[in-house]
Design a protein around this ligand. Structure first.
Ligand SMILES: O=C(O)[C@H]1O[C@H](OP(=O)(O)OP(=O)(O)OC[C@H]2O[C@@H](n3ccc(=O)[nH]c3=O)[C@H](O)[C@@H]2O)[C@H](O)[C@@H](O)[C@@H]1O
Length: 431
């Protein structure tokens, strides 16, 4: 092999040795090819690490790495969004693998609307339940994208692929008492995530109409019953409630500045099959079946707490009614071209039931006695009662709840036993 010296000082000055030359050319060629190869490897590694860093940054979550994109993925989104009835809509359902998101998506698909779900599958409660809901949706031709509403690139991509006519925004950090444990998760999803979603909606062309989940908790310490939309909502009792109230104000500014059509729905303690394991009716059922005690809170002066429990099928009707009557957004490319609707509705049942009465119904359905620990309500953000006035929703949306707590819990227990069985295995349990 020629030495480095040979390269600069040929053995016979003025005369090139042929074998030597071929050897040197081969060496040069090999050296440059391997250098190029190394550079290419380096660039590929750099690009890959940049992209994964970007998806982490954009997802904005410590728990979540985005996994979306590609031709096959785009095709799944497009197919899922296809409208199959005349005058139908294509709806992006955020929180698509959540409790309400699953039921709303199925109902939309059933009547021929296009639906694409979006869910970050976080571990606030058992993600395997969310995966099971995703499988159910998949069986009905609904694709749920795995991603976070804080991921602006993902949202822009989705609006790029599909001209969604509506967004049903149900992704949120739910739960009243958990806000004391993890306050930042509420800011992340209910404030930052909401703004990220509205930014995408206002920039989309055409702009979709937005229907989103607020909460009965915005009434906070309000004592006037039943709660009407015009009642004061400036005394939240929990950070959760405060973020939902903030959401109502934030959506108002997007309506005012950008002409987004906005409908906020104040849900009242929604329950039913495929429900949320962090809610009392759900984990009371699990504990009763396992022979474990349940804690029942009691209000001031030993007054029982009460909720206007609302069955999921009634809520779904309220959501579809809201989508159908939403009215168009008026902006395009971030510019408003006239006033757009801004609406807020209570979606409740109008007949509050006490928590001990709820336990009694569960006991009868499960044919088992609950081991009750009755304690005074801790100062954890709870409110003593909720009660919805729904005349506005009845008038504007044709909303008319038809399921009482007895009937609804019977359906929930039937689903619970078919999903978990009597011996609720530890792997599937939460809380
Ligand atoms: O309507 C709403 O806006 C809210 O409804 C529920 O919140 P909450 O009504 O507090 O529902 P649960 O957590 O299931 O509690 C129901 C009742 O059981 C009581 N409870 C809860 C937990 C417990 O261990 N013991 C107990 O007695 C609560 O004080 C409350 O009165 C949801 O969790 C919220 O996401 C939703 O926004």
């Amino acid at each position: 092999m020629p030495s480095l010296e040979d390269e600069f000082f040929p053995s016979t000055p003025g005369k090139k040795d042929r074998a030597h030359t071929i050897n040197r050319q081969f060496h040069r060629c090999f050296a440059s090819t391997s250098t190029m190869f190394l550079w290419a490897l380096f660039l590929i590694a750099l690009t890959a690490s940049y992209l994964s860093f970007q998806s982490l940054v954009h997802s904005g979550s410590r728990y979540f790495t985005a996994s979306w994109g590609g031709i096959q993925w785009e095709k799944q989104v497009r197919t899922s969004a296809q409208i199959r009835r005349s005058g139908g809509m294509s709806v992006l359902v955020t929180g698509g693998a959540g409790f309400v998101g699953t039921h709303v998506s199925l109902a939309l698909k059933k009547r021929g609307d296009g639906v694409v779900g979006l869910d970050n599958f976080n571990n606030y409660y058992d993600p395997s339940l969310k995966k099971a809901r995703k499988a159910l949706l998949n069986n009905h031709g609904i694709f749920v994208v795995e991603g976070d509403i804080n991921d602006a690139r993902l949202l822009a991509k989705l609006f790029d692929i599909v001209a969604f006519t509506h967004v049903m925004h149900l992704a949120a950090q739910a739960g009243v008492r958990y806000a004391m444990e993890n306050p930042h998760s509420y800011v992340h999803s209910n404030i930052a995530g909401l703004v990220s979603l509205l930014e995408a909606c206002k920039s989309a062309n055409p702009q979709p109409a937005v229907v989103w989940a607020s909460s009965s908790s915005v009434y906070g310490l309000n004592e006037k019953v039943p709660f009407s939309e015009s009642d004061r909502t400036d005394q939240p009792a929990s950070l959760y409630a405060a973020t939902k109230k903030a959401g109502e104000e934030i959506t108002h500014t997007y309506n005012h500045i950008y002409g987004l059509s906005i409908t906020g729905l104040r849900f009242f303690t929604v329950y039913g099959p495929w429900g949320r394991p962090d809610m009392a009716y759900f984990f009371f059922t699990r504990n009763i079946l396992q022979g474990k005690p349940i804690t029942v809170y009691r209000g001031k002066n030993r007054v029982d707490l009460a909720r206007d429990f609302t069955y999921i099928d009634d809520i779904v009707k309220g959501c579809l009614g809201s989508l159908d009557t939403a009215g168009k957004s008026t902006g395009s490319r971030g510019k408003k071209h006239g006033p757009a609707p801004y609406r807020i509705f209570n979606l409740g049942n109008t007949s509050p039931v006490t928590v001990p009465a709820l336990v009694g119904i569960l006991e009868r359905n499960l044919k088992m006695k609950a081991k009750k620990n009755i304690i005074d309500m801790p100062g954890n953000g709870d409110v003593p009662f909720t009660h919805a006035n729904i005349s506005s929703a009845r008038r504007e949306l044709g909303y008319k709840p038809t399921t009482d707590l007895q009937t609804g819990l019977k359906k929930f227990v039937r689903w619970y036993l078919s999903y978990y069985g009597y011996n609720h295995v530890q792997g599937k349990a939460v809380n």
